[in-house]
Design a binder for this molecule. Sequence first.
Ligand SMILES: Cc1cc2nc3c(=O)[nH]c(=O)nc-3n(C[C@H](O)[C@H](O)[C@H](O)COP(=O)(O)OP(=O)(O)OC[C@H]3O[C@@H](n4cnc5c(N)ncnc54)[C@H](O)[C@@H]3O)c2cc1C
Length: 490
Amino acid sequence: MVSNKRPNESVDTLVIGGGPAGLTGALRLQELDATRVPLVIEAGDRVGGIARTESHRGYRFDIGGHRFFTKVPEVKAFWEDLMGDDFIDVPRSSRIYYRGCFFDYPLRVGNALGNLGLMESARSGLSWMKWRMFPVRNEENFEEWVCNRFGGRLYWHFFRTYTEKVWGIPGTEIQADWAAQRIKDLSLFKAVVDAVFKRGESTSLIKSFKYPRLGPGQLWERAADRIESQGGEVRLDIAATALQHDGERILEVELESRNGDRRRVTPRSVLSSMPLTQLVRAMNPPAPPEVLEACDGLRYRDFLIVTLVLDHADPFPDNWIYIHEPNVKVGRIQNFRAWSKEMVPDDSTASIGMEYFCHEGDGLWASDDETLIELASKELAELGLAPASSVVDGKVIRQKKAYPVYDAGYQDRVETIRQWLEGFKNLETSGRNGMHRYNNQDHSMVSAMVAAERLIDPVHAGDPWSVNVERSYQEEFRVKPRTEERVVDA
Ligand SMILES: Cc1cc2nc3c(=O)[nH]c(=O)nc-3n(C[C@H](O)[C@H](O)[C@H](O)COP(=O)(O)OP(=O)(O)OC[C@H]3O[C@@H](n4cnc5c(N)ncnc54)[C@H](O)[C@@H]3O)c2cc1C
């Protein structure tokens, strides 16, 4: 089990964050050099980061549903090694709910035409042709990227509402590279060809995925146990609050426990997965003004899940349903039994996760739990999925900084920060918020593996920043060496 012992004064490698990146980085360090002793500190009360598993009266649930899917052999081997027979195969089943109808996803022509109606389908086809003939030449934002491929009407029906729910900003303010990353290789033409000739099975979409029997947190708890069994440590409820440096090296890190206790450790090296903005702001002496300004410009989207226990069997068979309906606030609905039957303790009840995208401090975020459970129950009923009276229990989990936002200028800001951090010889950063990358676990893990390699062998290791998120969905990651080599003490 994970311990909560007090830290020593002097540590080998301080790993900040006990999420997928931090835990993977610590294990990679141990694998490469058995003499390295990582100390992982996690600000929360359990490991797994956003990929943790929460539980409430025996009902287990994810922060959103977490599919385990990767094309990276090292990540696959890592997962399989830790999970063995507890890594189950889950068939993917998801639909889109829009205008009172369920659209199969991946798209099936008969179903889509039936739901849209012949007239609207014809209009959508014409709109697609118009955009093919007169595309926006330099597509810069999400709206332009999607319209160029799907046409304006399909953008309106299937992309606009959901995307704006997720990000809280118009599609014109989201950078096109987010669309290119997430909807890569999908075009209306390809979707239709696949639907007609491959019976609705788009090759671009994953048909099944792996999942730990007891949820994603099970895997990350095993990773933490492995680190400890190999001589490292994982401590919970401890945050890194300040990093003292001399411009080239991190000299000391201040740690703060949940009970307010503070202490300092002197690390030989630091592998961080805390949000990039928080890392920079924790630096003492402070970062140069342009770096702090870049931090101020980076934005996040927050998230909350209301898990409802229903007093009857599952209201739908899917793993999840996207809610494109503009009249409700919920963005996606999970059915946790469809992920693993062991997520739900009682066969006669259902466990449904209502996902809301929000900003820390906005109306949704600030609502009390009772109000949110009431709202989720009401919306579940409005969507015709289950009566509000069937909700017998509920639990709300809020997740800050769930999504790093890809808005105009974010790449330049990240680059300014990256260049400054590059000057520190015993510090590497990795992971989702650690690099401000909208990624899945596998990308976070690979970036942390490379960061760990770099702490050990800076001359020959690759560059964690070059681990390519876009390629992770379909192909292998590419890792480039850093152009400028630097010498770090091993
Ligand atoms: C709704 C949703 C659904 C998702 N679905 C999937 C999916 O289906 N499949 C998939 O592979 N991925 C999915 N992801 C992405 C996945 O959750 C992330 O890629 C992964 O968790 C990133 O790991 P990380 O370690 O980089 O960051 P995190 O998970 O954010 O972990 C960072 C950790 O650092 C800790 N920390 C932060 N600051 C400090 C500090 N100062 N001191 C100490 N600790 C600190 C945090 O508490 C956290 O535990 C999803 C994400 C969301 C939001």
